[in-house]
Design a protein around this ligand. Structure first.
Ligand code: GH3
Ligand code: MG
Ligand code: MG
Ligand code: MG
Ligand code: MG
Length: 317
């Protein structure tokens, strides 16, 4: 099948194989009042393993989009009853930008100016009727590839290059939303600060690369143990975890369990003599809602400092 379809392009074949491997279905919505046109486009896209949904006008399309936030691409006609293509695009762009949902406008025969208007109203691209199979596939694939590239870039911008944990930028963006939720709903919101004890000694004794290996190792353990929560590397050997919904006691229990586990871990830094490293962690945790996330983090940091003063390898909450 792939070989048959790959007459379109080598890239296209790779893209199909990739999607098959990941067992990934991409959802596309078609808003078009002409049933034959809708059915025609649907059949073509389904051949290429896209999951296709249908709407017969703009209002219906908005409903389908609301119920299916994972739709990646909308193909919309211009002339439709109830709500036309331009109004639909404008309504969508109120909330979702071009990297959130790709929109391809369909304009009728001989109406070139509609294409420009689709773009002006916020569509990513357009197709002029009548279009060939190849034209449809190329536009759809090209736009989805672009969307995936943007998603990759956004993800890279939100991650720490060494550990691949979330970075400060993501932490504070997401944290602000979670913090405001907790304030508005009067729900608990625990914030933890975690710092490796005497980390400088590891660098001094075994080299910076060994230090990096410890950071990568610990980051992976944190990611696994706290997968339900936002885990970020805020800098150096300092990590923070946002735990919405957890009381101070619940958070303390989880963190102390992790602290105990971490102190028992042996880390292979590929030392010449095969030596394995041990580390310990100090932590501060608070779920008292301060006037901002920043303030709460600052308070968690003060508790962390107390853990250091009291002898390290300890959680203070
Ligand atoms: P404490 O128990 O008081 O936290 O002592 P510490 O030595 O862990 O703390 P200190 O703040 O004195 O030193 C932190 C060290 O972390 C210093 C810095 O060189 C090192 N560091 C920061 N970022 C990185 C990194 O990305 N890789 C490595 N290998 N080291 C780093
Ligand atoms: Mg129409
Ligand atoms: Mg320090
Ligand atoms: Mg430290
Ligand atoms: Mg530190």
């Amino acid at each position: 099948y792939i070989i048959k379809e790959s007459r379109y392009s080598y890239n296209y074949a790779l893209n199909l194989i990739h999607r098959l491997e990941k067992n990934q279905t991409i959802k596309i919505l078609i808003a078009e009042d002409s049933r034959p046109t809708r059915t025609f486009i649907k059949a073509l896209l389904e051949k290429h393993l896209y999951q296709v949904m249908e709407a017969s006008n703009g209002l219906e399309a908005l409903d389908v989009l609301k119920d299916n936030p994972d739709i990646k691409l909308l193909i919309t006609d211009y002339h439709m009853p109830e709500m036309d293509g331009f109004d639909l695009v404008r309504a969508i762009r109120h909330n979702v930008d071009k990297s959130g949902l790709v929109i391809i406008g369909l304009s009728g025969e001989g109406k070139g100016s509609l294409s420009a208007k689709f773009i002006k109203n916020g569509a990513n691209d357009f197709l002029q009727k009548p279009f060939s199979h190849e034209e449809l596939y190329c536009r759809v694939m090209h736009n989805i590839e672009e969307l995936e590239l943007i998603e990759q870039i956004q993800d890279t911008a939100n991650r720490d290059y060494l550990t691949n944990l979330h970075n400060r930028r993501y932490y504070f963006d997401k944290g602000e939303v979670l913090y405001n939720n907790a304030v508005n709903n009067d729900t608990p919101f625990a914030v933890a600060m975690i710092d490796i004890d005497h980390f400088k000694q590891i660098n001094d004794n075994y080299g910076h690369e060994a230090g990096d290996k410890v950071l990568v190792f610990l980051a992976e353990e944190l990611r696994l143990a706290f997968s339900r929560f936002v885990v970020a590397r805020l800098g150096g050997e300092e990590f923070s975890i946002l735990m919405p919904g957890l009381s101070n006691e619940q958070a303390f229990t989880l963190l102390d369990k992790f602290r105990g586990m971490a102190s028992a871990m042996t880390i292979d830094i590929n030392a010449d003599d095969g030596e394995l490293l041990n580390i310990s962690l100090s932590m501060g945790v608070t779920n008292y809602l301060h006037e901002s996330l920043d303030q709460q983090l600052h308070y968690a940091d003060q508790l962390l400092y107390r853990a250091k003063e009291a002898g390290r390898n300890m959680v203070v909450g």
